[in-house]
Design a protein around this ligand. Structure first.
Ligand code: PGA
Length: 256
């Protein structure tokens, strides 16, 4: 049984006032019990984590970081560690987002970050996805499987129990051009099969695999209806309460 997850990735947007207002608007529209059968999370920029967490405290909406250091502490100017994220109330952290991979983050580093998150009991949201050139040259499977394998190197099935995976084709992020349900479903099934090989079929069936890339109210329903798509990582459309809430409402209210 997999409960769908709708997570907002606010990226480097909003200011403190707008971040708090957006968190309040989402919370107000989702009183306890109203979004039953859907898990909701928000990943604000670092400086607003505590303020957003303050708004959401006591609710079921989780708060996550958008990245983390592979190191727990030390002389790493500008970095933020997993223990620091848990300290300010995060339960999740996005790891290996393509906007970081494109700026030089290797699969090996992503793997170390996943391990650091798990060591601090943060649930990683491991992002994988191919570029348009990779898709057009038939390399999608090889690319996403390499990213998954490297991201989870050394992670046991027990440690991976709270892992979330996000399939985010790079060509669909922020472009308005989402993957079709068939394109996404194919990659999700591939990723789940790999998790089954890595760990076990039972564990693979329990891991939520989200789709990300231009998810909006207009396309959420058809994407989320695909059996292997267990939710969405939402960028642009999560910055407006109304559209984020419509995506949550588009989630099939059923246990899988
Ligand atoms: P988008 O971003 O919804 O704006 O395409 C998704 C993401 O990068 O997580």
């Amino acid at each position: 049984m997999r409960i769908p997850v709708i997570a907002g990735n606010w990226k480097m947007n909003l200011d403190r006032t707008a971040a708090v207002a957006l968190a309040r608007a989402v919370l107000a529209a989702l009183p306890p019990g109203s979004a039953e059968g859907v898990e909701v999370g928000i990943a604000p920029p670092y400086p607003y984590l505590e303020a957003v967490r303050g708004v959401l405290r006591g609710s079921a909406i989780w708060v996550g970081g958008q990245d983390l250091s592979p190191e727990p502490y030390g002389a790493f100017t500008g970095d933020v560690s997993a223990p620091m994220l848990t300290d300010v109330g995060c339960s999740h952290v996005i790891v290996g987002h393509s906007e970081r991979r494109q700026r030089g983050e290797s699969s090996e580093l992503v793997g170390r970050k996943v391990a650091a998150a798990i060591a601090a009991r943060l649930a990683p949201v491991l992002c994988v996805g191919e570029t348009l050139a990779q898709r057009e040259s038939g390399k999608t499977a090889a690319v996403v499987l390499e990213q998954l394998d490297s991201g989870l190197r050394g992670i046991t099935a027990g440690e991976g129990a709270h892992l979330l995976v996000a399939y985010e084709p790079v060509w669909a992020i922020g472009t308005g051009r989402n993957a079709t349900p068939a394109q996404a479903g194919e990659v999700h099934a591939l990723l789940r099969d790999r998790l089954a090989k890595l760990w076990s079929r039972a564990v693979a069936e329990s891991v939520r695999i989200l789709y990300g890339g231009s998810v909006k109210p207009e396309n959420a329903g058809e994407l989320l209806a695909v059996p292997d798509i267990d939710g969405a990582l939402v960028g642009g459309a999560s910055l407006v309460a109304g559209s984020f809430l419509k995506i949550i409402a588009a989630c099939p209210q059923r246990a899988r």
